[in-house]
Design a protein around this ligand. Sequence first.
Ligand code: TYR
Length: 323
Amino acid sequence: EEVLKRRDLITRNLQEVLGGDKLLQQLTAGKNMHVYWGTATTGRPHVGYLVPMRKIADFLQAGIKVTILFADLHAFLDNMKSTWELLENRVKYYEASIKALLQALDVPIEQLHFRMGSHYQLGRPFTEDMIRLCTQVSQRDALKAGAEVVKQVDSPLLSGLLYPLLQALDEQHLKVDGQFGGVDQRKIFILAEEQLPKLKLGKRWHLMNPMVPGLTGGKMSSSEIDSKIDLLDPAELVTRKIASAVCERGADENGVLSFYQFVLLPIVAPADVQIGGKSFSTLDSIKAAFEEGAIQADDLKETLTEFLNTLLGKVQAQCDTPE
Ligand code: TYR
């Protein structure tokens, strides 16, 4: 029963789990488990990072070891989203931002482990595995695996084909039992599950978060400025971005409500949230009140703005290292 409780904590709010049987087996056997989440140190961390950080808190609470990987080489491999010279500074910037974010969320960072990809990916053992893996994976499969993660260009670079292979091998070289990421990582996770066993490097479970849509709907990307709120955006800019978001009754896509669903509600739970002078604990009740006209778009925006500015205020107070 205790085991099932831990399993539920590990998998709650996820969109998809691959290898859930194995996870349960390991829990039952009392194995000391280890999971990692990687981030390519490309642009600027944005509020979408709140969601995986919340999840990491669940892992810690379930008593599993968690490593955060700053995938600096991956930032370079993905069409040089970072230059070779900038790699180290980017990691520092990410590390400061993410630690500040974790602290603002009351996640005990002293229990976390932090690694940097280039520290082991350039060494001989990793390189040997990479070369071996290159003899297993076709160009086509490598390209497909990266389709939702690596920037897609007309003439794909070899570096972009290596990207999913290195990510798969990270599982082996970080010595983890599973990897956690957004559901956009799915094809890379599948590649890892299919290919690593061929090299006798084992098969891990994979946990996937839903993607957080931007304020204007659609995937939150580092390039879509208006729909994306950076961790270091000043309060008045956050206020302006939220104010300009479309929030209409009866629309299929509502970025403001998505924010409640993926960011605000999971973070404030189990406490209630106050909107327009009323108390809510579920997305459905918020949606219903909005549709009925009991609360207005401006009410939704006001609560969201206050929530984010309070949280980001804490992050920014911790982290005064803008690039
Ligand atoms: N692919 C991840 C992203 O999209 C980054 C990553 C890189 C994750 C290497 C894990 C890993 O081992 O940001």
